[in-house]
Design a protein around this ligand. Structure first.
Ligand code: SAM
Length: 282
């Protein structure tokens, strides 16, 4: 593998070490340096796979400073693998600043896909909605959190949150208060680990479920909330309905629909369907 001057962005497991990819192992073995969020944590991972590597620390408190040094290493023609403690670097984890610096310097950036808690939870959620919005961690302060949630209330995409165990109950309560108790939530806990748990229920029942068993408040969480329901596409507003009804009393259906479309600007198909309904009722 020729990787001079390349920055590899390497996903690592989120619990089950067998989820590391063969390509990740090859890369971690052969790069000149591994930049890790927590070098001790990554040293354990590497020793589990019998890999010896030169480790340097790159975390949220030193990313720019450490990034400059790593950039020099890359520019000298050496290769570096970037890893975080778990999952995909840059996803609610350090990495984006270093990757941005490498791109700006015109260096080669190669991602190695692998575990990500958000995508893992989504794959097992069964929400039949085509889009998702990855939010990550909500603010720790209650007032700010509720404001953020309020801004997401009308989102029609599945909402994906990361949450710490000591805040999971209050966050889920805020979600129920903001989105209403009817929407479904999937609580995904300890993914890929021994106590992996999924619980899907209406938001209104979720806090009760968490509180009924303190074990369900332990570990790592992804919270998925069903998106808002889209308003019916064929809705005809009240004015257009009134015009259509008046015209239907005087004219054949097709003509009434055409005129009502011209007058109100409402969608012709929607008016046509409504006209059929009105005719069948009368
Ligand atoms: N970069 C990681 C990724 O790709 O998913 C996320 C890192 S973020 C600092 C850590 C958060 O991710 C945890 O607080 C939790 O919300 C979520 N998470 C990570 N591993 C998890 C797991 N095994 N089960 C459930 N959630 C997990």
């Amino acid at each position: 593998m020729n990787h001079s001057g390349t920055l590899y962005v390497v996903a690592t497991p989120i619990g089950n070490l067998q989820d590391i990819s063969l390509r990740a192992l090859d890369t971690l073995k052969s790069v000149d340096m591994v930049a890790a969020e927590d070098t001790r944590h990554t040293a354990h991972l590497l020793s589990h796979f019998g890999i010896k590597a030169k480790l340097v620390a790159l975390h949220e408190h030193n990313e720019r400073r450490a990034g400059e040094k790593i950039l020099e290493t890359l520019q000298s023609g050496l290769s570096v693998a970037l890893v975080s403690d778990a999952g995909t670097p840059g996803i609610s984890d350090p990495g984006a600043i270093l990757v941005g610096m490498a791109r700006e310097a015109g260096l080669n950036v190669v991602p190695l896909p692998g575990a990500c808690a958000a995508v893992t939870a989504l794959s097992a959620a069964g929400f039949d909605q085509p889009h998702f919005l990855f939010y990550g961690f909500l603010p720790a302060s209650g007032a700010q959190r509720r404001r953020m949630l309020e801004g997401l209330r009308e989102q029609q995409a599945v909402l994906v949150f990361y949450e710490a165990p000591h805040r999971v109950v209050e966050s889920v309560q805020d979600m129920a208060d903001t989105f209403g108790g009817e929407r479904q939530i999937l609580i995904a806990r300890e993914l890929t680990k021994t106590f992996e748990t999924f619980h899907r229920c209406p938001l209104g029942e979720a806090v009760g479920w968490l509180q009924a068993d303190p074990n369900q408040q332990r570990g790592e969480f992804v919270l998925l909330v069903e998106g808002a329901v889209a308003p019916p596409q064929n809705e005809v507003d009240e004015d257009a309905q009134r015009v259509l009804k008046l015209l239907l009393d005087e004219l054949p259906l097709k003509q009434a629909v055409k005129l009502a479309t011209d007058i109100t600007g409402a969608k012709k198909n929607a008016l046509y369907e409504l006209a059929l309904e009105l005719k069948s009722e009368s």
